[in-house]
Design a protein around this ligand. Sequence first.
Ligand code: ASP
Length: 342
Amino acid sequence: MTVQPASAGEGQAAAGLPRVLVLATGGTIAGKADPRSAIGYDAGSATGQQLVEAVPGVDRLAHLQVEQISNIPSQDMNHKVWFRLVERINTAFARHEADAVVITHGTDTMEETAFFLDTVLHHEQPVILTGSMRPGSAISADGPANLYEAVKVAASPQARGRGVLVVLNDTIHAAHWVSKADSTALQTFVSRNAGPVGIVDPAAVRFYGPARVRLALPLPAGEQLPAVDVIYAHADMDGRQIDESVRAGVKGLVIAGMGDGNVSAPAMQALDRAVKAGLVIVRSSHVGDGFVNRNVEVDDDAHHFVASYDLNPQKARLLLQILLAGGVQDVAAVQQAFAFGY
Ligand code: ASP
């Protein structure tokens, strides 16, 4: 199989195939068997080039250029890699080096990377994340099919203008909703509340409807994100972790609340102390489905809290970080960003 490099500044390749830049970051899709046990493996071992070479027929979908951005399990994903990805994608599109981007990535934090990129990238060109639940060394490894389908979506004109998408197991998800929902199953990704935005079937890439209107925020300057903690709510919760976060100097807190974003009375008092100390507090939920609305069980107006709507705690954290980095800390303005599109 020939994997041809995309040439800079030539527009669509001569053969009519789109040029897809594959940015490899690691994950189980790049995992190799670990001799320690029959089921063990090391994520982030194979290179992006090796991944592409293991996908029969992908060269008939697009001209591929492969670059290695990192090779880490995605539990180690971090803002430095995100800023590297943003820089590379912006450059590739600005210089007309590629018509679309596919990012190979571990599934653990794929939704966070997708959401971060979706919020700070403002291109019409498709940016698709894919990965796998089984390493390449497994029987029925899912990586090659997922990578094939990700390239297929990236190459599809229908994927333009839809922001950052996640493609795994024949299913297309939008960054806003996608979430990992099963620790081992191949069909791990769900889109809470909304459902997937499309499918990849043998005949076509099919989207179910128009793209969701997206919030386009500026990329935080200085390649830094302010510290925001996520605190998980549970029965018998006290205010200790909240007070500790305030002491540690974080700029905001996201509560992975019970139900529709609830915490216990002692935790509520600690949150009030945190507001007085100048932190922005976002109430999200660890339930999974449904919205956290303003002023239902909690009087957000009185407490000066923000309701996360349908953003899960890990994505609420990212949105708050990006807003704070851009100088948006007024509660009403932060709330407006969380409610955008609804
Ligand atoms: N822990 C792995 C990772 O996120 C899991 C996977 O990729 O499926 O890198």
